[in-house]
Design a protein around this ligand. Sequence first.
Ligand SMILES: [Zn+2]
Length: 301
Amino acid sequence: MHTTRTFCACLLFVALFASSSHAQRGGPDHPSVTVDGTTYTPASILTRNMGTPADQSTAFPPHKIVGNIYYVGTRTLSSFLIVTPAGDILLDSTYERNVPVIRGSVEQLGFKFSDIKILLGNHAHGDHQEGDAMVKQLTGAQVMAMSEDVPALQAMKPGGKEHPIDKVLHDGDTVPLGGTTLVAHLTAGHTHGCTTWTTAVQEGGRTYDVVFGCSLRSPNTIPPDVAAEFTRSFDVVRRLPCDVPLGDHPAEYRMQEKFARLKPGAPNPFVDVAGCHQEAAIEEAMFRAILAEQKQQAGKP
Ligand SMILES: [Zn+2]
């Protein structure tokens, strides 16, 4: 069963992660970095992002974020619905087993799952895009993917289903639908085609720049080509105009904390200019600490 396999792959990943760390650097979980008073390790970031298996598959209360953008994901895996008069865009199907959960959240908000015309993805890992084939089957949506992620997506075949790709995108390409335009920014590193999406929305007579960040989480060992990708990506994300930071895992933008502050008449807690570069600061600190350890290790006789 693919769901079991995915779950096992996760466990295997965690096991490899822990053991390679242990083997290479003589400790189970380091380096650690402190950013804005909070200390992070590779394992603590992973746990923060993923939560428990139940967190990954349990719907978080669906809600409006800003303008025409809604949250329809689980407690720890983001899925965003962008609603337009010409149909809707879904960003991230997550695991295939979550597709009915996402559909339930879309319907709970009063929208139709069959109105999804375009399916986009954050990056080619199963926890974000495994469900693409099922969403395509249920909605007929056009599936678009960043070219550098195409090989990894093609290898993703839940239940033997081919991964649908109707249109291949390149850095800077735009995806327009019903008056909303999303821009695809290549922010590689976590995967070769990791895509940060941006758009502008209107709310209360103001325009807000929204950034759907791609994961900037480093692997435990960073090869030189991947280091070059991350270095470029940290620079790219810092230059993006941003009022509303979002991410492929809700913890990256402190969703639960902000959701708890949602109140009619109060300022929108998801508008968080000060928080726009928080995740990049954490991940870049970890990236540099891992590189420093690698360099130190390589220098030893
Ligand atoms: Zn990932």
